[in-house]
Design a protein around this ligand. Structure first.
Ligand code: LRH
Ligand code: MN
Ligand code: MN
Length: 388
């Protein structure tokens, strides 16, 4: 069995992954939203379910909210509820993609009144952040156009900058804005924030409290995502991850499911760039569990991240650097692949037991009976996000 060094175990001990509240609600495609028994009926129940993931893994102490999906009358109550369940409230995600007024844009809209409405929504999110104790306001914009000539690309970029500046100016001293990019969907011809370069250009001119969010599912097939991770870390502008995996487009599948090797390569660059356990970077999941059970789906996800982190930490960096310096192409590649092919699961299971956790968190959760209890107790669970 591979053993993990004390240094590696210390690094793993500090790992913290933020869960998306919406992963616990029903979601689907534009074709169908399937109902799962036991689905939370409100944000309080979503937090209770998220706390189960942390209970069995000790990897997920923070839960991100999406506004208005998680709007409650009193956010201080929700915060207290989270703390009572052993977790914290984290990133606040804004939503300008489900409102009629935003058909032709929100922060980029031609009409100043519509832009103001969208800015005001973000200011409201900042108010929420003060109550929840959240640091980050995460903005993803569904804005763009479908046909060449439909929109003035340059004008929209200028308006975006002005709108973001107004939001940025409202941030408190310890608050940040993270701007997420996505190459297409729902707009199919152009998107206003399609890539890391645009996000970087926008946040760089806002100031130090503005960073880029990298959602792993938001790139064209074949994109070298770890290169982007390296570059943003190098520039000091990587604010957060939205982890998930994709086969085709924005699939939102379990992180590491489609391509564990890509996750390994990303985490290697995170470690190389000083990003692991760096409080400046939020390691978030952004996933939907459309056909599988949601709590086990999230447990599987955080374990996948932990597993690939452990493998990436196993890379013999000295041997790798020596091989790189001497131009030993295949030697360098072999050092890299040796770490990737190492099965760390038995060592992680043993380590979990040494910390009073079950060796197999998936099995322990299944045996706990929690799923049956919520299925019996909760009727009419909420739909959290996409779909009809
Ligand atoms: C957009 C996105 C963004 C949203 C989330 C629900 O595709 O990745 O982060 O907030 O999905
Ligand atoms: Mn995302
Ligand atoms: Mn997405």
């Amino acid at each position: 069995m591979t053993t993990l060094s004390p240094e590696i175990l210390t690094a793993l001990e500090q790992q913290a992954i933020e869960l998306p509240s919406w992963a616990f609600g029903n979601s689907g495609t534009r074709f169908k939203v399937f109902q799962t028994p036991g689905t939370p009926r409100d944000p309080f129940e979503k937090i209770a379910d998220a706390a189960q993931v942390h209970k069995y893994t000790r990897l997920a102490p923070v839960v991100a909210l999406h506004i208005p999906w998680d709007k409650v009358e009193n956010f201080a109550d929700l915060r207290k509820h989270a703390e009572d369940h052993g977790v914290e409230l984290g990133t606040i995600n804004s939503n300008t993609f489900q409102d009629e007024d935003y058909k032709f844009g929100a922060l980029t809209h031609e009409d100043a009144a519509v832009r103001q409405k969208a800015i005001d929504h973000h200011l409201e999110c900042i108010d929420v952040m003060h109550e929840t104790g959240s640091r980050d306001l995460k903005i993803w914009l569904a804005e763009g156009s479908n046909y060449p000539g439909q929109a003035d690309l340059r004008g929209r970029q200028d308006r975006l900058q002005e709108s973001l500046q107004q939001i940025y100016d409202r941030l408190g001293d310890n608050q940040r804005l993270v701007l997420e990019y996505k190459f297409f969907e729902p707009a199919f011809y152009h998107t206003d924030v399609p890539d890391w370069g645009t996000s970087y250009a926008q946040v760089a001119s806002l100031g130090e409290k503005a960073m880029v969010c990298l959602d792993t599912g938001h790139h064209a097939p074949g994109t070298n995502i770890e290169f982007i991770v390296m570059q943003l870390l190098r520039l000091g502008k990587l604010g957060s991850f939205d982890f998930n995996s994709r086969f085709y487009a924005d699939d939102d599948l379990i992180v590491g499911a489609a391509d564990p090797f890509q996750l390994f390569r990303i985490l290697f660059e995170v470690i190389r760039g000083g990003g692991l356990n760096n409080p400046e970077i939020a390691f978030m999941l952004d996933q939907c569990h459309n056909v599988e059970e949601k709590i086990p789906g999230q447990i599987r996800s955080v374990l996948n991240v932990q597993e690939m982190t452990a493998r990436a930490l196993l890379v013999d960096r000295d041997a790798l650097a020596a091989a790189q310096r001497s131009g030993d192409v295949l030697g360098a590649n072999a050092v890299f692949m040796d770490a990737f092919y190492t099965d760390v699961r038995p060592a992680l299971a043993q380590w979990r037991e040494s910390r009073g956790l079950a060796a197999d968190p998936m099995a322990a959760f299944a045996a706990s009976g929690y799923q049956n209890t919520i299925a019996a107790d909760r009727v009419g669970g909420v739909q959290s996000s996409w779909g009809a």
